[in-house]
Design a protein around this ligand. Structure first.
Ligand code: BES
Ligand code: MN
Ligand code: ZN
Length: 488
């Protein structure tokens, strides 16, 4: 677990170029026009830079990608990357350019020449997000060396980049949680990591099993009753807004391990279910960011932390439980546990905090991966104006999310003969019937979005801004939504 990378912004200094070890990166527009530092690099390499920029290979480089010159003569560096990035690019492309530089980053760090580029701060942010490592190898790698960005106006760029530090820390907090295995990230450990955020000024309240039983979280407790790890709900409050302003409520599914329970999952791939607390991790990462950047908004984050295990006390298929709301649920499949956890936490969030809006995030269904793969999360809503704001925020930060239907026509699929509803809706439209289940636990008048992140929380390979492993998908979107729609 080595992060974050130390970033510095400095004014252009031609003298620093030839002696620079590690990696050097030069931001160049597609047509290849060089600034003073670029021309100096070209002179030092006896024209290698201009030759590279005139080559066919440069023509094939995509925006935000780079052409590598290994051990270029005249320079002490290991590699000089020519990064293709026009001046007029959106933030997302600039972040990707920074991330492509981070891929080759090692202990010697890097020098990035971004003179005059209007997106220097975004380049730095992308670099910071991609410079993340997480593993439990006993042989530790040396940390990333510092990265210096040479820019035209270092003070202005540093000021623009400052809020990104809080955001990157939130994203990394989420990734660390999602990447951690279930023997390490138990419900106790998860709650302890959240309690530690009180130091940042967050109010953190932990509801333990006896509290939950007293309050009536029977659906959530039913999921956790087959595990040795105690079920918990953690409530994090950030009150940076007007004292009378209703908060935004963020609700996360925190299944620290999902074995399926008595409806046990097949062995192949079961190890991936250590990421089933991904929704809770995003909520936690956002709360951390809000506290770090002292957001001027009221936000309450609630996570339901449980482990879904089979044992003598585990819930069975056929069990009927009464939710906190009072609706009865027939448990058809104990592997459809996330919706039972969320049902109670969603209801509690509304009863306790009367929120202006609610967003829940959950690695809820395999079906959303069938529908959307790993590029987009699925978005379900009861309020298209509100979901429009969420989609807008996601677009601005470059996180994929796509609207899914949630018409009442799906409701009959989760009708139960014995109870008010059942927890599965059969073979078809699995993500939608899961969302239809959740909808029952949201008041009609409360704007609500459900985001199924099963495909995007831990995709099978690296992404533009993350190495293979957890992405932290959603932290940037929610931070952006809060910044643009909930802060004064
Ligand atoms: N945690 C899973 C969903 C999931 C699958 C997340 C793959 C990430 C990757 C969820 O609890 C689950 O098991 N859902 C079932 C529901 C079914 C039993 C109705 C599913 O998707 O198969
Ligand atoms: Mn499950
Ligand atoms: Zn699950």
């Amino acid at each position: 677990m080595i992060h974050p990378v130390a970033l510095r912004f400095e004014a252009s200094d031609p003298a620093a170029l030839d002696a620079r070890e590690g990696r050097l990166a030069l931001i160049v527009p597609a047509e290849g026009k060089l600034g003073p530092m670029g021309r100096k690099l070209d002179r030092l390499t006896r024209g290698a830079v201009k030759r590279a920029l005139a080559s066919e290979a440069w023509g094939k480089v995509k925006a935000a990608d780079s052409l590598e010159l290994g051990f270029p003569g005249g320079l002490a560096c290991e590699a000089l990357s020519l990064v293709k990035l026009d001046r007029k690019v959106d933030e997302d492309t600039a972040r990707k350019a920074g991330a492509s530089i981070a891929k080759g980053l090692g202990e010697k760090g890097a020098l990035v020449v971004a003179e005059g580029h209007p997106r220097a701060a975004a380049i730095a942010f992308g670099l910071a997000l991609r410079a993340y490592r997480f593993d439990y190898h006993s042989e530790e790698k040396p940390p990333f060396g510092p990265v210096t960005l040479m820019v035209t106006n270092p003070e202005a760029v540093a000021a623009e980049a400052a809020p990104h530090a809080a955001l990157a820390e939130g994203v990394f907090f989420t990734r660390d949680l999602v990447n951690a295995p279930a023997n390490i990230l138990t419900t106790d450990d998860f709650a302890a990591r959240l309690a530690a955020m009180q130091e940042l000024g967050l109010e953190v309240e932990i509801l333990e099993e006896d509290d939950l039983a007293r309050l009536g979280f029977r659906a959530l407790l039913a999921v956790g009753q087959g595990s040795e790890s105690p079920s918990k709900v953690v409530v994090m409050r950030w009150n940076g807004g007007a004292p009378d302003a209703a908060p935004l409520a963020l609700v996360g599914k925190g299944v620290c391990f999902d074995s399926g329970g008595i409806s046990i999952k097949p062995a192949a791939g079961m190890e991936e279910m250590t990421m089933d607390m991904g929704g809770a991790a995003v909520v936690s990462g956002v709360m951390r960011t809000l506290a770090l950047r002292k957001a001027r908004a009221n936000v309450v984050g609630l996570v339901g932390l449980v482990e879904n295990m089979p044992d003598g006390r585990a819930q069975r298929p056929g069990d009927i439980v009464k939710s906190l709301k009072g609706d009865t649920i027939e448990v058809i499949n104990t592997d459809a546990e996330g919706r039972m956890v969320l049902a109670d936490v969603l209801w509690y969030a509304q009863e306790q905090f009367e929120p202006a809006a609610v967003i829940d995030l959950a690695t809820l269904t395999g079906a959303i991966i069938v529908a959307l793969g790993h590029d987009h999360a699925g978005l379900f809503t009861n309020d298209e104006t509100f979901s429009g704001h969420v989609l807008e925020a996601a677009k601005a930060v470059g996180e994929g999310v796509w609207p899914m239907p949630l018409t009442p026509s799906y409701d009959p699929l989760i009708k139960s003969r014995l109870a008010d509803i059942k927890n599965t809706g059969g073979r078809w439209a699995g993500s939608i019937t899961a969302a239809a289940f959740l909808k029952r636990f949201v008041r009609d008048e409360v704007p609500w979005c459900h985001i199924d992140i099963a495909g995007v929380a831990l995709p099978p390979g690296e992404t533009a801004l993350a190495p293979k492993g957890a992405t932290g998908w959603g932290v940037m979107t929610l931070d952006r939504l809060i910044r643009t729609k909930f802060e004064g």
